[in-house]
Design a protein around this ligand. Structure first.
Ligand SMILES: [Zn+2]
Length: 585
């Protein structure tokens, strides 16, 4: 439980260091890039004649052209630079971050041979990081065919690497799992998706200086906000190809050292109810399950995690969320280490010279055991690919709607309905994923969703085009379905129908849980308390929760020091209002 405060301190220190080192002089090496990102260009400049987006053809390309061999080729390419620290050599042709980013740009440049519309270049900024004052993200951009369809999709991964010492520029920092895997994914996805055209622009970005404080992503996110760049979604990939669990790997999803899991991938995103990032995470899982999963020979399960990242850790999606964009992070189910490489006895691979591509087991000079699984990585390319495609070709915005609870069930009424138009309605009660999705066609209201008494439902709606591609879902609306009033209890308990803890989800909980309190009559300045106790009644954590909204949230990062059954109680002014059980696995 005490981890919580230590991490807060670390975050505070990082924030202080960060403030000391300003980011300035944002610029692109290629002048065509900024007008494309702003949507201020004429698509005929890039595409002659009629363009046509065909979802079925794109899906077929994603399924058949994504290649493990190509991914391996990219990993070998990155591996040759020995060290990709943000402060490493920029002049050498063979070693250091300069050679690495020129190589990455050359990979994007190759795409121009098959698709001349593809634009490449650097996004540069000045900042003192590890004795280096100028830094570059690498960009590959496929302009959209329709500038009226606002918003671009950003798929990114950091390409810098590190050893135990955050500014060590001499060590062997091959960074194959963290984050050669993400770089290979982005390069492969750019290669595959650029065989088609899309209404909206696709931006593939490899960022620098993630390891020193998410600096490359932050520079671009701040630049985007300042210039009002319409980013529809950010898909960040970091530590995305490993399948072997290290000794210190952050739970959950890592049952024990050397356990292997190639069938799951985690999505981390901020917020819970109504949050744009969680909405994007749900959209990602749904798009994949509806469009691609059935045709994949090996299935992947997408786990939507409660927290924005693993406890005490962060990634490039965070600066984008901070600037108000919907951003999510893809990470392998299993990681080889918790990246705390200076801890005594640390033997895992992340943030060390050991983060290499694989081992030569039989001594013939060739790698015969790879730490990054290219078949697992390939499936993650495909998940990113279908999500980016749906976001790039789907309808612009969800419809407005009304949510009505008539006591027998929930009704959804679409505002200004269009004839023959299909809508998707997503119902969610407690998990981060939808419980149920309904599709309605040529009708403006939907009436048959039966609900349980004394439960909460979160409802959102998407609009669908003729090819069955949905827009992003609307912000969620919620309803509390009343229960039968309790009888024969003492007076103070009668407050419960007016305020209560929402069901805790997931339960057993993962590394961070969001505790939510529903208030019928929220009040400015009213503060409640959430108290976690063990079975002996000992308090293990106390959190304050402002009660100024109908649904109020507080995040509890418990750090895995707890196991077993606990109680979570909600108090106002010392009065216990509600209690729920809490499982820590
Ligand atoms: Zn990383």
């Amino acid at each position: 439980m005490k981890f919580n405060r230590q991490y807060l301190l670390i975050i505070a220190l990082v924030a202080m260091v960060y403030q000391l080192s300003a980011q300035t002089n944002f610029r692109f090496s290629e002048p065509k890039i900024l007008p494309i990102l702003k949507g201020q260009y004429n698509p005929s400049q890039y595409y002659s004649g009629q363009t046509n987006t065909n979802k079925a053809a794109i899906k077929q390309t994603i399924l058949s052209q994504t290649s493990s061999d190509s991914l391996l080729h990219f990993l070998f390419g990155l591996n040759q630079f020995r060290n990709r620290n943000s402060g490493s050599d920029t002049l050498s042709l063979t070693n250091g971050i300069g050679a690495a980013r020129n190589w990455a740009l050359a990979q994007f440049d190759k795409i121009k041979l098959t698709n001349p519309a593809f634009i490449t270049g650097f996004f540069q900024f000045d900042q003192a990081i590890c004795n280096m004052n100028s830094h570059k993200n690498v960009l590959g951009i496929l302009p959209g065919t329709d500038t009226a369809q606002k918003g671009f999709i950003l798929i990114e991964a950091h390409y810098d690497s590190r050893c135990e010492n955050v500014c060590d520029t001499a060590c062997e920092a091959r960074g194959m799992e963290d984050n050669g895997s993400g770089v290979a994914l982005v390069l492969e996805l750019a290669r595959v998706l650029s065989k088609h055209t899309y209404e909206r622009t696709l931006v593939f970005m490899l960022t620098t200086a993630e390891e020193q404080g998410l600096d490359g992503a932050n520079a671009f996110a701040v630049f985007a906000k300042t210039n009002a760049l319409p980013i529809r979604a950010v898909l960040n990939n970091d530590v995305i190809g490993g399948i072997i669990c290290g000794k210190t790997a952050s739970p959950p999803g890592c049952p024990g050292e050397n356990e292997i899991d190639s069938l799951q991938v985690r999505i981390f995103s901020a917020g819970t109810n109504y949050s744009m990032p969680k909405g994007l995470a749900r959209y990602t899982k749904l798009s994949f399950e509806e469009e691609l999963l059935a045709q994949m020979p090996v299935k992947t399960n997408i786990q939507i995690m409660n927290a924005e990242d693993r406890i005490g850790r962060g990634g490039d999606h965070i600066p984008f969320r901070q600037q108000g964009y919907a951003a999510i992070r893809f990470t392998s189910a299993n990681e080889h280490g918790d990246a705390n490489a200076t801890a005594p006895g640390y033997q895992d691979r992340q943030h060390s010279t050991r983060d290499v591509l694989g081992k030569d087991v039989n001594g013939d000079g060739k790698l015969d055991s790879l730490f990054v699984s290219t078949s697992y990585l390939k499936r993650n390319v495909q998940i990113n690919g279908i999500t980016a495609t749906m976001l790039a070709i789907g309808p612009q915005a969800p419809p407005e709607f009304e949510l009505i609870n008539d006591g027998n069930g929930l009704s959804v009424k679409i505002s200004n309905p269009v004839a023959n138009q299909a809508y998707k309605i997503g119902f969610r009660s407690r998990a981060n994923t939808f419980d149920t999705i309904f599709t309605i066609v040529n009708q403006s209201d939907f009436k048959t969703y039966h609900v349980k008494k004394d439960s909460f439902y979160f409802v959102s709606v998407a609009i669908m085009d003729a090819a069955g591609t949905e827009s992003l879902f609307s912000a969620e609306k919620y309803v509390k379905v009343a229960g039968v009033p309790p009888t024969g209890i003492i007076e103070k308990d009668l407050i419960k129908p007016n305020m209560q803890l929402l069901p805790i989800s997931p339960n057993p909980v993962d590394e961070t849980l969001t505790l939510s309190v529903w208030m019928l009559n929220p009040r400015q300045g009213l503060i409640g308390n959430i108290v976690i106790t063990d079975l002996q009644g000992r308090i293990v954590q106390e959190l304050e929760i402002p009660l100024d909204k109908n649904i109020n949230e507080v995040v509890y990062a418990h750090g895995f020091s707890a196991k077993g059954l606990y109680h979570c109680s909600f108090y106002i002014a010392g009065e216990k209002i509600d209690t729920q059980r809490l499982w820590f696995k």
